[in-house]
Ligand binder design. Structure first.
Ligand code: FAD
Length: 286
């Protein structure tokens, strides 16, 4: 199912009977053994996900799902959305990749520029920004395209306003939905969504949700992308550094509850390939 269809009837409490749109992000297992991931996805499947997104060399790594992996994942009968980063790839390689994805019968893709490695000069790239990739995918395939959004601004941006200006370029190039960076402060998400709407973008904004497993994980994830950590969460990390999971479960449950009450278009869980905490959160909110 394509993105526009998945999110055509977004969750509006009291206005229709549609259920919340829940989706999951997973990454290729580091040891290459995909069977454990299959187990986790079978557990998560019972929450009837709108889609499952598949990272592509995330966090600067080279770890990627192979086409064989994508073929096997199709057998789980889930709507898949592979991510794709164009940085450090030639136009011809990009063309081959996206056409191969389409030939697998996959309908959606998350189009990203990716982080530019130190050894590459930005002006030597075939595609300098994600809007060019979106345009290219539109010209070569019928894939339905999502793009990344940053409620607190992308780290390279001078301002949120500038970031939203460039987001609009990705949308005008043909994207159908925005999947956001993780955040822990809902007010920042609401302000972002308002600014995106004011810029004339009327597409689904799917909220990135990262369950909390450990203090180290929060520091790593939020530090890399300059994501704010609300005081209440900072205090809890200081008070219970070894037992943050329990507090985190309550925190993220409340965060999701509030987003749903405020008619978020969808919740996209960064699962880190663990179904346990995500299942607990979903059991609390659904
Ligand atoms: P762009 O949209 O190109 O934006 C990058 C920066 O350039 C921004 O500051 C933007 O404001 C600016 N900009 C955009 N267009 C222009 C333009 N035309 N001219 C000038 N400036 C411009 N990374 C991975 O490696 N693998 C993944 O699987 C992955 N998945 C992700 C999933 C989500 C939901 C998100 C939010 C991020 C993900 N990332 C992933 C991280 C992403 O690759 C990085 O944040 C990367 O630095 C930017 O990619 P982008 O597509 O947002 O780039």
């Amino acid at each position: 199912m394509e993105l526009s269809e998945i999110y055509s009837n977004s969750y509006i409490i009291g206005k229709n009977n549609s259920s919340p749109k829940i989706s999951f992000e997973v990454f290729p297992p580091k040891n290459g053994d995909i069977s454990k991931l299959f187990e986790e996805l079978r557990i998560l499947k019972k929450y009837n996900p709108a889609l499952v997104s598949l990272t592509y060399g995330a966090s600067g790594g080279l770890n990627r799902f192979t086409f064989e992996d994508l073929k096997s994942l199709r057998d789980l009968d889930l709507t898949l959305m592979p991510h794709f980063t164009c940085v450090s790839m030639l136009k011809s390689e990009i063309e081959n990749y996206i056409i191969s994805v389409e030939n697998l019968g996959i309908e959606n893709i998350l189009a990203l520029r990716g982080d530019i490695p130190d050894y590459i000069k930005a002006d030597e790239l075939d595609f300098k920004h994600a809007n060019e990739l979106v345009e290219f995918i539109m010209s070569k395939t019928t894939l339905s395209i999502a793009v990344a959004g940053y409620p607190e601004g992308h780290i390279e941006s001078k301002s949120l306003k500038e970031d939203i200006y460039y987001l609009k370029m990705k949308i005008d190039a043909g994207a159908s939905a925005i999947f956001t960076q993780l955040f822990y402060d809902n007010d920042k998400f609401y302000r972002y969504a308002d600014s995106v709407r004011s810029a004339g973008i009327n597409l689904p904004i799917v909220a990135g949700i990262m369950p909390i497993r450990s203090v180290t994980q929060i520091h790593k994830m939020t530090g890399m992308a300059r994501i704010s950590v609300p005081n209440i969460l900072c205090d809890a990390m200081e008070k219970y550094p070894h037992d943050i999971e329990k507090f985190g479960l309550e925190y993220v449950t409340n965060q999701c509850d509030e987003l749903l009450k405020n008619h978020v278009d969808g919740l996209h869980f960064y699962t880190l390939n663990h179904s346990d905490i995500v299942s607990k959160i979903l059991n609390n909110i659904l």
